[in-house]
Design a protein around this ligand. Structure first.
Ligand code: FAD
Length: 603
């Protein structure tokens, strides 16, 4: 028999994304119902890695301690060829990242999901229903009505907003009529998860072995676990690949018999897809429902957690009546570009690893070894927001605000707590509209005051307003920042470019020495910029010749397209932000990913 229930936000899917979102919403007083078709968490390992920013998100939910308890660190992630030559290296994975936690953490996903599930159960503001499968969804101007199959029964839930966090095959996405953009990556891999009995016999770094005879991944997992992944060759079937003799032959070169015990075998097809729309009226998508990526960059779950952190405070503000529903449109605008960057990186890594042609692989090795010698070490692209709920044009708007650590291990977020922060180098009035205001003389900020002061000084600004998801809303004077934040949150649209920004902060015209660091080596050029309103013209002159450039200006950010002919003909999507005399940004080379751009004004 159908029962009617109501809630502010209905979340379909209690995987990591949906669970984290439910906890963020409940923290802010939103009535949440979260429903999952499974009886309990997914018990087998999936994600191997989470980054420092993801741990900081768990910290905001009070879960950093249980999650870090089952993590361990691997200092390096190497892509090597069949001979063991290093093609690509991500170093310093065990150093503290900007999020205030180790840059890379090897995990056991079920342990994380268990911590999240326990927190859902313990939270009285959250109603969790398991064994509920979404069957139908009707949307109207005031919300949505979802029908679930609940064993032999059916239940109807009426909600102002519905978030589909129901994974790759999202029923919410299908019922909302949202299509996927397929980025054309589809490779079958056998995943072997193992329980470790003798860690001394296993590698201590993460490896991608780019051997065309058998592309292979070997990574640490959470404490006491290890994983191998082997790409299936054309003609090999999942049934063959999971045969014990086949598995034993694959593991034989690793000489780990007796050192590990296989926990599970699974064949996955690694795909890359992005939903066209992440919002359709009252329905939003998050996590794997909105985007899927091959696991080579270890970012699928991390991306879902970033979605939850971004969407949580916005949905809460809309439900509370503090912001119009159009604030939710900034969610996709902010998150999708970073997700696409990460997918491009994961696909570039995947194409590097998955090459099966020995001649092409040999040419790749020569090129990558030479490029590595020039470009130095690689870093994953930092998550920075270009458009959305930002004070566009102010220094550092959209940047990730670091979690500074005190000498005794104190963490900034633990001291300042949830919500937005206004931090200033001189005394300021009390924060308004839920913004926590503090100047650097505040005793609680003593352990971090020097680091925050340095952050403000290098950007030449008196104050910063940090959003609840720890991205910089903007910088400027405290009163301008408060006014702009109020305007951006309550208004129908983001702050108009240039509003609340001092004229002197906005000069972008000039000449810049620019370097793009790509896996093919450093590309140096001289960029001239002459702006006129929201457009600019200029030249970009480097080794490959001098090109006229023209593009758009948004605040102090330039975007333009540039055609190149070497190493192959393609069009680069260029983005560059000018702060004072410094220019930083990226050159996006289609599916090959984005490469950092940096430089200095010379005239
Ligand atoms: C081999 C492998 C390696 C990976 N490595 C990494 C890594 O190193 N780092 C990383 O960050 N990520 C990694 N990932 C990706 C990561 O596992 C996923 O991105 C993450 O689980 C997505 O979380 P989610 O909550 O969005 O979706 P899911 O975890 O898929 O959760 C979706 C939930 O929705 C429920 N559901 C589905 N349909 C319905 C319905 N109709 N009604 C009700 N409920 C429904 C499901 O039961 C499930 O609980 C890896 C994945 C794989 C497979």
């Amino acid at each position: 028999m159908a029962q009617d229930r109501t809630c502010d936000v209905l979340i379909v899917g209690a995987g990591p994304t949906g669970s984290a979102l439910a906890l963020f919403l409940a923290q802010q007083g939103v009535r949440v119902l979260i429903a999952d078709k499974a009886a309990d968490i997914y018990p087998l390992p999936r994600a191997a890695h989470i980054d420092h920013e993801t741990v900081r998100i768990f910290q905001a939910l009070g879960l950093a301690a249980p999650i870090m308890a089952s993590c361990r660190q691997a200092p390096r992630y190497d892509f090597v060829n069949a001979r063991g030559d290093v093609l690509l290296r991500f170093d310093g994975a065990d150093r503290i990242g900007a999020g205030g936690w180790p840059a890379a953490n090897m995990i056991h996903q079920p342990s994380i999901e268990r911590a999240l599930r326990d927190a859902l159960h313990a939270n009285p503001a959250i109603t969790l229903r398991t064994g509920w499968t979404l069957q139908a969804l009707a949307m109207d101007d005031d919300g949505a009505t979802a029908r679930f199959a609940d064993g032999a029964d059916e239940t109807t839930v009426r909600a102002r907003f519905v978030v589909g966090a129901d994974g790759t095959r999202s029923a919410t996405r299908a019922l909302a009529g949202i299509a996927l953009d397929d980025l054309c990556f589809d490779e079958p891999w056998l995943v072997i998860d193992a329980i470790v009995h003798d860690a001394a016999r296993l590698p201590t770094i993460n490896l991608q072995i780019c051997d065309p005879a058998r592309p292979t991944t070997c990574v640490l997992m959470g404490s006491g676990r290890h994983r191998w992944e082997f790409m299936l060759r054309p003609g090999e079937t999942p049934e063959q690949a999971t045969d014990p003799a086949f598995v034993a032959a694959l593991l034989a070169p690793w000489n780990v018999e007796g050192a590990v015990e296989v926990e599970r075998l699974a064949v996955y097809r690694f795909n890359a897809r992005v939903a066209h729309r992440w919002r359709a009226g009252p329905v939003l998508l998050a996590g794997d429902a909105a985007h899927q990526m091959p696991p080579f960059a270890g970012q699928g779950m991390c991306s879902g957690l970033r979605d939850a952190a971004n969407l949580g405070w916005k949905l809460a503000a809309v439900v509370a009546g503090d912001a119009p529903a159009t604030l939710l449109d900034t969610y996709q605008a902010e998150r999708e570009p970073h997700v696409r960057q990460i997918i491009a990186l994961a696909m570039m890594m995947g194409r590097t690893v998955c090459e099966l042609d020995p001649e092409i692989a040999a040419a790749r090795d020569v090129q990558m070894i030479a490029a590595r010698a020039q470009a130095g070490e690689m870093r994953p692209p930092a998550a920075a927001l270009a458009n959305g709920h930002l004070l566009a044009g102010s220094a550092a708007a959209g940047d990730y605000f670091p979690q500074f650590l005190g000498a005794a291990g104190e963490r900034l977020d633990d001291v300042l707590g949830a919500g937005a922060w206004l931090l200033a180098d001189a005394p300021i009035p009390t924060g308004e509209g839920g913004v926590r205001a503090a100047d650097l003389s505040h005793p609680a900020l003593a352990p971090f005051a020097a680091a925050i002061a340095e952050w403000l000084r290098t950007r030449d600004v008196p104050a910063v307003l940090v959003r609840p998801d720890r991205y910089v809303f903007g910088t400027g004077t405290p009163s301008d920042l408060q006014a702009a934040y109020r305007f951006a949150t309550a208004a129908q649209s983001p702050v108009p470019d240039g509003a609340f920004i001092r004229e002197s902060e906005m000069s972008i015209d000039g000449t810049y020495d620019v370097v793009v660091k790509s896996p093919m080596g450093e590309r140096k050029s001289v960029l001239t910029v002459q702006s006129a309103g929201d457009r600019f013209t200029g030249t970009n002159a480097g080794d490959a010749g001098s090109f006229d450039v023209s593009g758009a200006v948004s605040g102090n950010t330039l975007t333009w397209q540039q055609k190149i002919t070497t190493p192959m003909p393609m069009t680069l999507d260029m983005t560059a932000t000018i702060e004072g005399d410094t220019i930083t940004g990226s050159a996006k080379a289609g599916a090959f990913g984005s490469f950092p751009l940096s430089g200095q004004r010379t005239g």
